[in-house]
Design a protein around this ligand. Structure first.
Ligand code: DGL
Length: 272
C-alpha cells in the first residue's frame, strides 16, 4: 500500500454522534485533515441487521478510499463491533482501518486495579459480544457485565441530557448491582460521552468511566506514527458529509462537535 502523510483521515459513523470521536482526533492531531461521513439516511445502526451494517460500512469505506484517505476510523461502536474485521481484511492492501473498541480494551486492561467492568451500548454492539470477548481474550479473570441501553441514543438526540428525564432513564438502567460494584464503566457508543456527567451523578460514587474519545485518538496517533504517516501540516480543510440532510442534523453538530459545522449532502448509495 502506497500512502503518504498528507492524505486525510476518514472517520465514519451511523450519524453525527461520531463527531465526538472526529473532534477528539482533531484536538490531538491538529495537522490532520479529517473527512467525515455520517450515514444519517440509515441512522440508527443500533437495531439494524449484521448484513445491513456490513453493507453500509463497506459503501462508506469505499467512498473514503475514493477520497484518498490513508486511514479509516470506524467511530461507530455498532459498526466497529460488526464490520471491523470484515473491512480490515477487505482493505488490507489499501488503507489502515482502526476501530474504536480495541483501543478502549487495551487502555482499560493496562489498569490492573480494574477487575469488574460494566459496559453499556446499543443492541447491535451488546448482542455482538465483542467487548466481552476481547476483554476475556486479554484477561480471562475479568468480570464483565454488559447491558443494551437502546433508549439512550434517542434521548440524547432529543437533547435530553443532564436533566430530569435523562436522570430517570439512566437510573432505571443503572440501578443494578453490577453497576454499583463495577470498577470501571465503559460507554460503548458514540453518543454517550455527552452523558458521562449524568452517569456519574446517577451512580453517585467514584468509579472510572471510559468512552471512545479517551483512547481512540491515541490509537490513531500511535498507528500513523509507527507508519511514518503523521501529517506535519494541515493539507486541506476538514470535510463533513452526510447521506441525508436536515437543518436539525446541522444544528446538532454543535452538541457533538462543540461548534456548528457545515454538513454536505452526499449520496453514495448506488441504486439499480
Ligand atoms: N453510532 C452508534 C454507536 O456508536 C449509535 C447510534 C446508532 O445506533 O446508530 O453504536
Amino acid at each position: 500500500m502506497k500512502l503518504n502523510k498528507n492524505q486525510p483521515i476518514g472517520v465514519f459513523d451511523s450519524g453525527i454522534g461520531g463527531l465526538t470521536v472526529a473532534n477528539a482526533i482533531s484536538k490531538l492531531l491538529p495537522n490532520e485533515q479529517i473527512i467525515y461521513f455520517g450515514d444519517t439516511a440509515h441512522l440508527p445502526y443500533g437495531d439494524k441487521s449484521v448484513r445491513a451494517i456490513k453493507q453500509y460500512s463497506y459503501m462508506i469505506a469505499d467512498f473514503l478510499i475514493e477520497k484518498k484517505c490513508k486511514a479509516i476510523v470506524i467511530a461507530c461502536n455498532t459498526a466497529s463491533s460488526i464490520a471491523y474485521n470484515f473491512l480490515k481484511e477487505l482493505y488490507k492492501n489499501e488503507v489502515h482501518v482502526i476501530d474504536v473498541i480495541q483501543p478502549v480494551i487495551t487502555g482499560v486492561c493496562q489498569d490492573s486495579s480494574i477487575k469488574k467492568i460494566a459496559i453499556i451500548g446499543t443492541q447491535g454492539t451488546i448482542n455482538s459480544g465483542v467487548y466481552e470477548k476481547r476483554f476475556k481474550d486479554q484477561n480471562p479473570d475479568l468480570e464483565i457485565f454488559s447491558l443494551a441501553t437502546p433508549l439512550l441514543v434517542p434521548m440524547i438526540e432529543a437533547g435530553n441530557f443532564n436533566d430530569e428525564m435523562s436522570h430517570s432513564i439512566l437510573k432505571s438502567y443503572l440501578d443494578r448491582k453490577e453497576f454499583k460494584e463495577a470498577d470501571a464503566i465503559i460507554l460503548g457508543c458514540t453518543h454517550y460521552p455527552l452523558i458521562k456527567k449524568d452517569i456519574l451523578n446517577v451512580l453517585d460514587r467514584a468509579v472510572k468511566v471510559f468512552d471512545n474519545t479517551d483512547f481512540a485518538p491515541r490509537e490513531v496517533d500511535l498507528e500513523l506514527r509507527k507508519l511514518y504517516l503523521l501529517s506535519e501540516e494541515k493539507a486541506a480543510n476538514d470535510e463533513f458529509y452526510v447521506s441525508d440532510y436536515t437543518d436539525t442534523f446541522e444544528k446538532t453538530t454543535r452538541i457533538f462537535y462543540g461548534e456548528k459545522i457545515h454538513l454536505e449532502l452526499c449520496n453514495i448509495w448506488k441504486t439499480n
